[in-house]
Design a protein around this ligand. Structure first.
Ligand code: NAP
Ligand code: MG
Length: 493
């Protein structure tokens, strides 16, 4: 935990207060020793006979062994999805489909504590985030798309309401359950059936969700979950009877998938990486901006595609802002993700920890100045101290590459035009943040920033009714909102 020890600073008012640990109980969750694949509404042994471990990244303890799906299993899952598409789900009245989605939404809300604890155990994110963000948002996505299921003709007048067929969906490990909801809810609302592959390090919430759909009475084959690593994902992408692929993950893998699908006639949407500019003007309310900056980069350990990982500060307020930001970092609580007071949890995997460590070393070697608050990290598990870099130039790798960890690269600017130029100097285009009290400046900036989402005087705000997605190397397609239906309707994206 980063101790909030007093520092010599004009504004500091040390309270001397600390929090008593308050650890969420795990009794609400029951985790099986082994999980098979979920095909045609039932657990199904993998043809590979292989299982892999998923661990708790905060303790390195093994949680369960999960089936590794191979080509034959993908075949089985796609067949089950096709059968459901041609049968029970595909032929069901739209208003009936809506009832299933509402039921799933309600069940997720009712069981949100269980899912939140499971998510935190398997992925390492703080319980206050899985409890207050991931699960409420997951349930809200199902509620939102349940509302559209029987009103599709009003979504895009003239487009028609035909679904596409069998959808292959691949998701990453940073918001495992929320990504299930973002993918599955609109696909089902539009009448498609699904084969979904969760990430190797965080498969448990998708497998729990599969069981929840059975309890909801969803026709078998409507949602199939194929666990495994990237090879299982590649099998799904290449299966000839998959009509559409929806991928969320790294730009590198997204590009490979786009190459592989070129000329296949399969529909594709890609939600990829980002290196978002977070821009602070000199008239911004600095104390509020500090909270926005902290949320922007340390939420979910910075494992966030839209993380505000490039801070651009107007030169005249740089010193004042840095003082406050360093001070604020000292009160960030890093540690047990199940503790309700924890702000920054565990890094998701040793591989991700290596990547963050390597890029931070490169940042130092390239001459940027690093600041880390005094911070005692737990002995076991994968951890990284919240980190700031100043003296960063545009050409530094930490200013251009996605670190996907709790590391903020800070630069300065003098004029709005310079802020825009620096902000857009990236191959990505997912999100951006602007802090200023001038409404006209917000609109001026939003017009010029190459980003799918621009937040003003806030950051990381989501709503199921609001579309999310990127430009350029951040991908194409939108998730959320009415636009989130388009990838799942004939004639859409
Ligand atoms: P990743 O390596 O691209 O993996 C994403 C998913 O694809 C995982 O399920 C992965 O399986 C699977 N996969 C890996 N190689 C594959 C292949 N050749 N063919 C098909 N599937 C394959 O990305 P990640 O490191 O897990 O996730 C972090 C990235 O996701 C970041 O770049 C982040 O910005 C991005 N992201 C974007 C959004 C958005 O909405 N734009 C949201 C969240 C995250 P395994 O994990 O089992 O290897
Ligand atoms: Mg895990």
């Amino acid at each position: 935990m980063c101790p909030s020890e007093p520092v010599k600073h004009p504004e500091i008012v040390p309270t001397g207060l600390d929090y008593v640990t308050s650890v969420e109980s795990t009794e609400v969750v029951s985790i099986q020793e082994n999980y098979d694949l979920w095909i045609d509404g039932a657990p199904t042994k993998p043809s590979t006979n292989r299982y892999f471990q998923t661990v708790n990244p905060a303790t390195e303890e093994a949680l369960s062994r999960v089936a590794e799906g191979g080509r034959k299993d993908v075949q089985k899952a796609v067949e089950a999805a096709r059968k459901a598409y041609n049968g029970a789900w595909g032929k069901m009245q739209k208003s009936e489909r809506a009832k299933y989605l509402y039921r799933i939404a309600r069940m997720l809300a009712e069981r949100s504590r269980e899912f939140a604890v499971l998510e935190t155990l398997d992925g390492g994110k703080p319980i206050k985030e899985s409890r207050d963000f991931d699960l409420p948002m997951s349930s809200a996505h199902f509620f939102y798309y349940a509302g559209w299921a029987d009103k599709l003709e009003y979504a895009f007048p003239g487009l028609g309401t035909d679904s596409i067929g069998v959808v292959g969906q691949i998701i990453p490990w940073n918001f495992p359950m929320l990504m299930v909801a973002w993918k599955v809810a609109p696909a089902l609302a539009a009448g498609n059936t699904v084969v979904l592959k969760p990430a190797e390090t965080t498969p448990l919430s998708a497998l729990a969700f599969a069981r929840l759909t059975a309890e909801a009475g969803l026709p078998p084959g409507t949602v199939n979950i194929i666990t495994g690593d990237g090879r299982t994902g590649a099998e799904l992408v290449e299966h000839p009877d998959v009509d559409k692929v929806a991928f969320t993950g790294s730009t590198e893998v997204g590009k490979q998938i786009q190459h592989r699908l070129a000329g296949s006639g399969k529909r594709l949407t890609l939600e990829l990486g980002g290196k978002a500019p977070h821009i602070i003007f000199d008239d911004a309310p600095l104390d509020q901006a500090i909270e926005g900056i902290v949320n922007g980069i340390f939420f979910n350990q910075g494992h966030v595609c839209c993380a505000g990982s490039r801070l651009l500060v107007q030169e005249s307020v740089f010193d004042a802002l840095m003082d406050r930001l360093k001070l604020r970092l000292r009160s960030l609580r890093v540690g047990d993700p199940l503790d309700k007071n924890t702000d920054v949890g565990a890094i998701n995997s040793p591989a991700q920890l290596d990547k963050i460590t390597r890029l931070v070393e490169i940042g130092q070697a390239e001459g940027a100045t690093m600041y880390q608050p005094p911070c005692e990290l737990p002995e076991r598990g994968y951890w990284f101290t919240p980190t700031l870099f100043t003296g960063v130039s545009q050409s530094h790798r930490i200013a251009s590459e996605e670190i996907f960890g709790p590391v903020l690269s800070i630069m300065t600017f003098r004029t709005p035009a310079e802020a825009v130029e620096k902000a857009n100097n990236t191959p990505y285009g997912l999100s951006a943040g602007v802090w200023t009290t001038k409404g006209s400046r917000i609109l001026w900036m939003a017009d010029r920033l190459a980003a799918g989402v621009v937040w003003a005087n806030t950051y990381n705000k989501f709503d199921p009714g609001s579309p999310f997605g990127g430009y350029r190397e951040s991908g194409f397609g939108r998730e959320g909102g009415r636009h989130g239906l388009l990838p799942y309707l004939e004639g859409g994206w």
